[in-house]
Ligand binder design. Structure first.
Ligand SMILES: N[C@@H](CCC[C@H](N)C(=O)O)C(=O)O
Length: 283
């Protein structure tokens, strides 16, 4: 039997599997079974908790001086992802509860580099690190660099934002509401993104305030996506033309996140984390 903990951050839910000594090789089929909402435990993502120094990935092992624990993240379909914003908060909460990390500031190794998570009033705030517009020249010229067509919808322009993992952000045109979107299938993205892409659909709520829905690469529609919320806020800030350091409120179906641009092209994500169940299951 294998121990697990179930947790979520704004209802983006994860199964965490402690593998402290790095003896577990999770296959895509095992991840799919764990994440299955009918025949398994059910989750958007599966997170293996392992010592950074024991990772089989050299680029991850290189982070072991700065972060003792590696967030080995997989999407529900078994694919690897570089980063998960909501996952870092849940991961930090798990490390603190288990006595694997102490204090109000924790560093975590990820496939997108070391992330620093600190305890704040609403839960945790994570410095997501550097971000960039994937095609800055096109973005500055036209405001967009992709076209996205949701199922049964019309093509709309989108902006790609690299958060360590890939995102395409769409500001919904007048007349289309978030609730109307059919996200039961992946939106079509042109030009096609070879590694796949997470797609965020945004509606402005007020100054510094947006609402969004997301279709995640490797999962489908989720109730929240932390790196997606940051990408959505940063794209909206870019389109507004006022690129200051004011915080953004991002409403997602599963709750509310705060995104704060930091100096030096970095960005912070803050929100809650909850651990809801522990158990054992046969892998
Ligand atoms: N939900 C996550 C992102 C998880 C990975 C994503 N599906 C990908 O493949 O890049 C978040 O909170 O950031």
């Amino acid at each position: 039997m294998t121990r697990f903990t179930k947790g979520h951050g704004t209802e983006n839910d994860f199964v965490l599997i402690p593998d402290l000594e790095g003896t577990l090789e999770l296959t895509p089929a095992q991840v799919q079974r764990i994440a299955d909402r009918h025949a398994g435990l059910g989750a958007d993502g599966v997170i293996r908790v392992v010592r950074t120094a024991l990772s089989t990935d050299e680029a991850v092992r290189a982070q072991s001086h700065d972060a003792e624990w590696f967030m080995d993240y997989r999407n529900a379909d078994g694919s690897l992802a570089e980063m998960c914003g909501n996952g870092t908060r849940v991961f930090a909460d798990f490390l603190r509860r288990e006595g694997l990390a102490f204090g109000r500031q924790i560093t975590i190794a990820t496939r997108a580099g070391v992330k620093t998570v600190r305890v704040v009033e609403e839960g945790y705030a994570v410095d997501l690190g550097p971000w960039r517009l994937a095609d800055e020249a096109a973005a500055r010229a036209d405001g967009f660099d992709l076209m996205v067509r949701p199922r049964h919808g019309k093509p709309v322009p989108a902006l790609s934002v690299d958060m360590g993992n890939p995102h395409a952000v769409v500001m919904l045109p007048e007349g289309i509401e978030l609730e109307q979107l059919d996200l039961t299938g992946a939106p079509e993205v042109q030009p096609e993104q070879r590694e796949g892409v997470n797609v965020e659909f945004v509606r402005a709520v007020g100054p510094g305030h947006i609402a969004m829905r997301v279709h995640e690469r490797g999962v489908g529609e989720t109730r929240s996506c932390g790196t997606g919320a940051a990408a959505a806020a940063l794209a909206t800030r870019f389109w507004s033309g006022v690129e200051d350091l004011s915080p953004w409120t991002v409403d997602v179906p599963g709750g509310r996140l705060t995104v704060t641009p930091l100096p030096g092209q970095r960005v912070e994500l803050a929100g809650p984390a909850a651990l809801v169940a522990d158990g054992d299951f046969p892998l």
